[in-house]
Design a protein around this ligand. Structure first.
Ligand code: HBI
Ligand code: FE
Length: 287
Protein backbone atom coordinates (compact mmCIF):
# COMPACT_ATOMS: atom_id res chain seq x y z
CA UNK A 1 0.00 0.00 0.00
CA UNK A 2 1.21 3.52 -0.65
CA UNK A 3 1.44 5.98 2.21
CA UNK A 4 3.84 4.96 4.94
CA UNK A 5 3.61 5.62 8.65
CA UNK A 6 4.67 9.08 9.78
CA UNK A 7 8.36 9.77 9.81
CA UNK A 8 9.81 9.89 13.26
CA UNK A 9 13.51 9.96 12.72
CA UNK A 10 15.54 10.95 15.74
CA UNK A 11 18.39 13.31 15.45
CA UNK A 12 17.01 16.38 13.77
CA UNK A 13 14.18 18.88 14.16
CA UNK A 14 13.96 19.51 10.42
CA UNK A 15 11.35 17.58 8.51
CA UNK A 16 13.05 15.01 6.29
CA UNK A 17 13.48 16.08 2.73
CA UNK A 18 12.15 13.13 0.73
CA UNK A 19 8.57 12.56 -0.40
CA UNK A 20 7.32 9.87 1.98
CA UNK A 21 3.90 9.69 0.32
CA UNK A 22 5.64 7.63 -2.39
CA UNK A 23 6.71 4.97 0.09
CA UNK A 24 5.12 1.61 0.83
CA UNK A 25 4.39 0.54 4.40
CA UNK A 26 7.94 -0.84 4.76
CA UNK A 27 9.22 2.60 3.66
CA UNK A 28 10.61 1.33 0.37
CA UNK A 29 9.79 3.08 -2.88
CA UNK A 30 10.51 2.58 -6.55
CA UNK A 31 13.48 4.46 -7.95
CA UNK A 32 11.93 7.01 -10.29
CA UNK A 33 14.76 6.88 -12.80
CA UNK A 34 13.08 9.14 -15.34
CA UNK A 35 12.84 11.90 -12.73
CA UNK A 36 16.63 12.39 -12.59
CA UNK A 37 17.73 15.42 -14.57
CA UNK A 38 20.92 15.79 -16.60
CA UNK A 39 22.16 17.95 -13.74
CA UNK A 40 21.50 15.13 -11.24
CA UNK A 41 23.56 12.67 -13.30
CA UNK A 42 26.29 15.28 -13.63
CA UNK A 43 26.36 15.81 -9.85
CA UNK A 44 26.77 12.06 -9.34
CA UNK A 45 29.53 11.92 -11.96
CA UNK A 46 31.46 14.81 -10.41
CA UNK A 47 31.12 13.44 -6.88
CA UNK A 48 32.23 9.99 -8.05
CA UNK A 49 35.25 11.38 -9.94
CA UNK A 50 36.45 13.47 -7.06
CA UNK A 51 35.95 10.82 -4.44
CA UNK A 52 37.44 7.93 -6.42
CA UNK A 53 40.62 9.94 -7.04
CA UNK A 54 41.10 10.21 -3.27
CA UNK A 55 40.67 6.51 -2.48
CA UNK A 56 44.17 5.08 -3.07
CA UNK A 57 46.10 5.05 0.19
CA UNK A 58 43.05 6.17 2.18
CA UNK A 59 40.24 3.70 1.52
CA UNK A 60 40.25 0.02 2.36
CA UNK A 61 41.44 -2.24 -0.43
CA UNK A 62 38.19 -4.22 -0.28
CA UNK A 63 36.22 -1.06 -0.96
CA UNK A 64 38.41 0.02 -3.86
CA UNK A 65 38.20 -3.44 -5.41
CA UNK A 66 34.39 -3.55 -5.21
CA UNK A 67 33.67 0.00 -6.38
CA UNK A 68 33.47 -0.85 -10.13
CA UNK A 69 30.54 -3.15 -9.28
CA UNK A 70 28.38 -0.03 -8.98
CA UNK A 71 28.63 0.34 -12.75
CA UNK A 72 29.22 3.41 -14.92
CA UNK A 73 30.30 6.49 -13.02
CA UNK A 74 28.88 8.93 -15.56
CA UNK A 75 25.30 8.52 -14.47
CA UNK A 76 23.27 7.54 -11.43
CA UNK A 77 23.03 3.73 -11.42
CA UNK A 78 19.74 1.93 -11.83
CA UNK A 79 19.05 -0.08 -8.70
CA UNK A 80 18.01 -3.17 -10.74
CA UNK A 81 21.37 -3.19 -12.53
CA UNK A 82 23.33 -3.00 -9.28
CA UNK A 83 21.12 -5.74 -7.86
CA UNK A 84 21.92 -8.17 -10.66
CA UNK A 85 25.55 -8.11 -9.55
CA UNK A 86 25.02 -7.65 -5.82
CA UNK A 87 22.53 -10.47 -5.38
CA UNK A 88 24.87 -12.90 -7.15
CA UNK A 89 27.80 -11.80 -4.99
CA UNK A 90 26.29 -11.89 -1.49
CA UNK A 91 22.51 -12.34 -1.68
CA UNK A 92 21.96 -8.67 -0.78
CA UNK A 93 19.81 -6.24 -2.73
CA UNK A 94 19.35 -2.51 -2.53
CA UNK A 95 15.89 -1.00 -2.17
CA UNK A 96 14.89 2.62 -2.74
CA UNK A 97 13.73 4.78 0.18
CA UNK A 98 12.69 8.46 0.30
CA UNK A 99 15.45 9.21 2.85
CA UNK A 100 16.04 8.42 6.51
CA UNK A 101 13.50 6.01 7.91
CA UNK A 102 12.67 5.08 11.51
CA UNK A 103 14.90 2.60 13.27
CA UNK A 104 12.68 -0.48 13.37
CA UNK A 105 11.83 -0.54 9.63
CA UNK A 106 15.51 0.23 8.96
CA UNK A 107 16.66 -2.74 11.07
CA UNK A 108 13.96 -4.92 9.56
CA UNK A 109 15.19 -4.28 5.99
CA UNK A 110 18.79 -5.00 6.97
CA UNK A 111 17.74 -8.24 8.65
CA UNK A 112 16.24 -9.26 5.27
CA UNK A 113 19.49 -8.39 3.44
CA UNK A 114 17.85 -5.34 1.87
CA UNK A 115 19.87 -2.17 2.06
CA UNK A 116 17.84 1.07 1.93
CA UNK A 117 19.26 3.57 -0.55
CA UNK A 118 17.90 7.11 -0.67
CA UNK A 119 16.89 7.75 -4.27
CA UNK A 120 17.38 11.53 -4.56
CA UNK A 121 20.66 13.36 -5.06
CA UNK A 122 21.91 16.62 -3.55
CA UNK A 123 21.71 19.92 -5.40
CA UNK A 124 24.88 21.35 -6.95
CA UNK A 125 25.10 23.97 -4.17
CA UNK A 126 25.24 21.11 -1.64
CA UNK A 127 28.18 19.48 -3.40
CA UNK A 128 30.50 19.75 -0.39
CA UNK A 129 28.14 19.03 2.43
CA UNK A 130 24.67 17.66 2.92
CA UNK A 131 22.86 17.21 6.21
CA UNK A 132 20.93 14.04 5.31
CA UNK A 133 22.19 11.00 3.43
CA UNK A 134 21.47 11.16 -0.31
CA UNK A 135 22.02 8.58 -3.05
CA UNK A 136 25.71 9.40 -3.28
CA UNK A 137 26.31 8.67 0.40
CA UNK A 138 24.10 5.58 0.44
CA UNK A 139 25.26 4.05 -2.83
CA UNK A 140 28.89 5.08 -3.21
CA UNK A 141 29.56 4.95 0.54
CA UNK A 142 27.74 1.80 1.58
CA UNK A 143 27.07 -0.50 -1.33
CA UNK A 144 30.61 -1.52 -2.40
CA UNK A 145 31.24 -3.26 0.92
CA UNK A 146 27.95 -5.17 0.63
CA UNK A 147 29.86 -7.12 -2.05
CA UNK A 148 32.18 -8.32 0.73
CA UNK A 149 30.75 -11.53 2.24
CA UNK A 150 31.97 -10.76 5.76
CA UNK A 151 30.56 -7.23 5.86
CA UNK A 152 27.40 -8.50 4.18
CA UNK A 153 26.84 -10.91 7.06
CA UNK A 154 27.74 -8.32 9.68
CA UNK A 155 25.19 -5.79 8.44
CA UNK A 156 22.45 -8.41 8.37
CA UNK A 157 23.37 -9.44 11.93
CA UNK A 158 23.30 -5.77 12.89
CA UNK A 159 19.72 -5.54 11.58
CA UNK A 160 18.71 -8.61 13.58
CA UNK A 161 20.46 -7.19 16.64
CA UNK A 162 18.68 -3.89 16.08
CA UNK A 163 15.27 -5.53 16.22
CA UNK A 164 16.23 -7.09 19.56
CA UNK A 165 17.72 -3.81 20.81
CA UNK A 166 14.44 -2.07 19.98
CA UNK A 167 12.60 -4.51 22.26
CA UNK A 168 15.17 -3.95 24.99
CA UNK A 169 15.17 -0.15 24.64
CA UNK A 170 18.84 -0.26 23.67
CA UNK A 171 18.81 1.25 20.17
CA UNK A 172 20.96 4.15 21.21
CA UNK A 173 23.80 1.92 22.33
CA UNK A 174 23.62 -0.25 19.25
CA UNK A 175 23.43 2.79 16.98
CA UNK A 176 26.75 3.98 18.35
CA UNK A 177 28.29 0.72 17.18
CA UNK A 178 26.87 1.30 13.68
CA UNK A 179 28.10 4.86 13.67
CA UNK A 180 31.65 3.99 14.65
CA UNK A 181 31.91 0.98 12.30
CA UNK A 182 29.67 1.02 9.23
CA UNK A 183 29.61 4.82 9.06
CA UNK A 184 33.00 5.94 10.43
CA UNK A 185 35.14 2.84 10.81
CA UNK A 186 38.89 2.60 10.16
CA UNK A 187 40.81 -0.60 9.50
CA UNK A 188 44.51 -1.36 9.87
CA UNK A 189 45.31 -3.33 6.74
CA UNK A 190 47.92 -6.05 6.45
CA UNK A 191 51.32 -5.68 4.81
CA UNK A 192 50.13 -7.11 1.51
CA UNK A 193 47.95 -4.00 1.11
CA UNK A 194 50.70 -1.62 2.15
CA UNK A 195 49.98 -1.98 5.86
CA UNK A 196 48.31 1.24 6.83
CA UNK A 197 45.28 2.85 8.30
CA UNK A 198 42.40 2.89 5.82
CA UNK A 199 38.75 3.95 5.91
CA UNK A 200 35.90 1.49 5.43
CA UNK A 201 33.03 3.55 6.92
CA UNK A 202 30.56 5.03 4.45
CA UNK A 203 30.39 8.44 6.11
CA UNK A 204 34.12 8.80 5.53
CA UNK A 205 34.21 7.24 2.08
CA UNK A 206 31.53 9.60 0.76
CA UNK A 207 33.23 12.74 2.16
CA UNK A 208 36.27 14.29 0.48
CA UNK A 209 37.35 16.21 3.57
CA UNK A 210 36.88 13.45 6.13
CA UNK A 211 38.61 10.83 3.99
CA UNK A 212 41.89 12.70 4.31
CA UNK A 213 41.28 13.86 7.88
CA UNK A 214 40.29 10.47 9.27
CA UNK A 215 43.38 8.62 8.12
CA UNK A 216 46.02 11.39 8.17
CA UNK A 217 45.15 14.25 10.53
CA UNK A 218 46.96 14.29 13.89
CA UNK A 219 43.85 15.82 15.46
CA UNK A 220 41.37 12.96 16.11
CA UNK A 221 41.84 10.09 18.52
CA UNK A 222 42.22 6.62 17.04
CA UNK A 223 41.79 3.67 19.36
CA UNK A 224 41.27 -0.06 18.88
CA UNK A 225 37.61 -1.06 18.53
CA UNK A 226 36.20 -2.61 21.66
CA UNK A 227 32.49 -3.34 21.85
CA UNK A 228 31.56 -1.89 25.25
CA UNK A 229 33.77 1.17 24.80
CA UNK A 230 32.24 1.95 21.42
CA UNK A 231 28.66 1.53 22.62
CA UNK A 232 29.28 4.04 25.41
CA UNK A 233 30.78 6.71 23.19
CA UNK A 234 28.69 9.71 22.13
CA UNK A 235 29.12 11.04 18.60
CA UNK A 236 28.79 14.23 16.63
CA UNK A 237 26.66 14.27 13.51
CA UNK A 238 27.66 17.70 12.21
CA UNK A 239 31.47 17.73 12.43
CA UNK A 240 34.27 15.37 11.52
CA UNK A 241 34.58 12.65 14.14
CA UNK A 242 36.86 13.29 17.11
CA UNK A 243 37.43 9.61 17.79
CA UNK A 244 37.75 6.74 15.33
CA UNK A 245 37.73 3.08 16.33
CA UNK A 246 40.13 0.87 14.43
CA UNK A 247 39.66 -2.80 13.51
CA UNK A 248 42.33 -5.24 12.27
CA UNK A 249 40.09 -7.26 9.98
CA UNK A 250 36.52 -7.34 8.72
CA UNK A 251 36.15 -10.68 10.51
CA UNK A 252 36.64 -8.86 13.82
CA UNK A 253 33.33 -7.08 13.16
CA UNK A 254 31.48 -10.24 12.30
CA UNK A 255 32.78 -11.87 15.49
CA UNK A 256 30.97 -9.13 17.47
CA UNK A 257 27.70 -10.34 16.02
CA UNK A 258 27.88 -13.54 18.07
CA UNK A 259 28.13 -11.68 21.39
CA UNK A 260 24.98 -11.82 23.54
CA UNK A 261 24.26 -8.12 23.92
CA UNK A 262 21.42 -8.31 26.43
CA UNK A 263 23.63 -8.63 29.55
CA UNK A 264 26.04 -6.10 28.08
CA UNK A 265 23.25 -3.53 27.63
CA UNK A 266 22.28 -4.00 31.27
CA UNK A 267 25.87 -3.51 32.39
CA UNK A 268 26.37 -0.47 30.19
CA UNK A 269 23.26 1.23 31.49
CA UNK A 270 25.04 1.43 34.86
CA UNK A 271 28.06 3.13 33.34
CA UNK A 272 28.41 6.74 32.22
CA UNK A 273 28.62 7.58 28.55
CA UNK A 274 31.97 8.70 27.16
CA UNK A 275 32.37 12.03 25.39
CA UNK A 276 33.20 12.11 21.69
CA UNK A 277 36.76 13.20 22.41
CA UNK A 278 37.30 11.71 25.82
CA UNK A 279 40.05 9.21 26.59
CA UNK A 280 39.70 6.86 29.54
CA UNK A 281 42.56 6.43 32.03
CA UNK A 282 45.09 3.98 30.64
CA UNK A 283 43.93 4.28 27.04
CA UNK A 284 46.56 4.97 24.45
CA UNK A 285 46.19 6.28 20.95
CA UNK A 286 47.21 4.21 17.96
CA UNK A 287 50.25 5.58 16.21
N1 HBI B 1 17.41 5.28 7.50
N2 HBI B 1 17.56 5.42 5.21
C1 HBI B 1 18.15 5.30 6.41
N3 HBI B 1 19.50 5.20 6.46
C2 HBI B 1 20.15 5.07 7.64
O1 HBI B 1 21.38 4.97 7.68
C3 HBI B 1 19.41 5.05 8.83
C4 HBI B 1 18.01 5.15 8.72
N4 HBI B 1 17.28 5.12 9.83
C5 HBI B 1 17.86 4.90 11.12
C6 HBI B 1 19.33 4.89 11.13
N5 HBI B 1 20.01 4.93 10.04
C7 HBI B 1 20.08 4.84 12.41
O2 HBI B 1 19.27 4.93 13.52
C8 HBI B 1 20.93 3.55 12.50
O3 HBI B 1 21.38 2.94 13.29
C9 HBI B 1 20.84 3.00 13.46
FE1 FE C 1 25.14 5.89 6.03
Amino acid sequence: SMGAAPVVYGQSDRPPRGDYSRAHSDYTCTQDYAAYTAQDHDTYHRLYERQSALLPGRASQEFIAALPSLGAKERIPRFEEVNERLFKATGWEIVGVPGLIPEVPFFSLLAQRKFPVTDWIRKPEEFEYIVEPDIFHDLFGHVPLLFNPVIADFIQAYGQGGLKAAELGACEMLSRLYWYTIEFGLIREGEKHGGGLRAYGAGILSSAGELEYSVRSPEPHRIPLELARTMRTLYKIDTYQQTYFVIDSMQQLLDLASVDLKPLYEELRQQPTIGAKELLPGETLLA
